[in-house]
Design a protein around this ligand. Structure first.
Ligand SMILES: C[C@](O)(CO)[C@H](O)COP(=O)(O)O
Length: 242
């Protein structure tokens, strides 16, 4: 059994786009969260979807799920005060109904540009090696900077940006989230950071740089451009430029 776990709990404070949470901003006539949901809905290997959402946005999400005929959503849970708590709430809800060896693909509601191959590759790697983190290779010079000064240039040969999905066996990742809470850790950035903190061996999948997270207004513009390219490819078979 393979389950997508979407985190749509953020308030979008980095978007500065007014009062609409970023997961509800529209691209090509559909809210970002609907684009993301549809990718998992249409994937033949995904059996069910869980979404953690801000309690104040829950009714709006449920309306969208009905309007866009998303049938695989089985759990809608309230997000917590941190991303960690939101993901934990979703994992606990799934564990009440599903076996420990279920594969969970933890994804950001605001990453609508994944494709079917990334989902399949995640599932395949979890089944073979226990977990999978989607990453993209860094192609720029990465520096550490404070107070407008560059303090360090980090050799980039082995640098990747960790993205999502981040995928695991349900029992294993839930045990780590439980352990984090019992040890007073409530605000880890993501599941990959948590696994790393607890010394687990973690496997990488390389995905495309286009798998962006819509965090700022600039990201929204970039995502709209990528969606236009995808639409043109579907309509006219235009090459992607790669
Ligand atoms: C999970 C993630 O997308 C990996 O890059 C990222 O850590 C999420 O960060 P956010 O601060 O919750 O947007």
């Amino acid at each position: 059994m393979n389950i997508a776990v979407l985190f749509a709990g953020g308030v979008g404070s980095r978007m500065k786009a007014g009062t609409v949470p970023k997961q509800f901003l529209e691209i090509h006539g559909k809210p970002v969260i609907v684009h993301t949901l549809e990718l998992f809905e249409q994937h033949p290997e995904i059996d069910a979807i869980a979404v953690a959402i801000l309690p104040s946005a829950r009714a709006e999400l449920e309306k969208l799920i009905r309007r866009f005929d998303i049938e695989k959503v089985r759990w809608v849970v309230n997000g917590g005060s941190t991303g960690q708590e939101s993901r934990h709430n979703a994992l606990k809800a799934i564990a009440a109904d599903c076996p420990e060896d279920a594969v969970v693909l933890v994804h950001d509601g605001v990453r609508p540009l994944i494709d079917a191959k990334i989902i399949s590759d995640n599932i395949d790697l979890v089944k073979r090696k226990g977990n999978a983190i989607t990453c993209s290779k860094v192609t720029e010079t990465i520096v550490e900077s404070r107070d407008h000064k560059i303090m360090n240039v980090i050799p980039r040969d082995h640098l990747y940006a960790a993205q999502a999905p981040q995928s695991f066996r349900l029992g294993e990742i839930l045990a780590l989230y439980d352990r984090a809470v019992s040890e007073g850790e409530n605000d880890s950035i993501d599941s990959c950071s948590l696994m790393y903190k607890y010394g687990e061996e973690i496997n990488r999948i390389t995905g495309p740089k286009t798998n962006i997270k819509i965090t700022t207004a600039d990201d929204l513009h970039v995502a709209r451009t990528y969606f236009s390219i995808i639409e043109n490819q579907k309509l006219y078979g235009m090459p992607s430029g790669e």
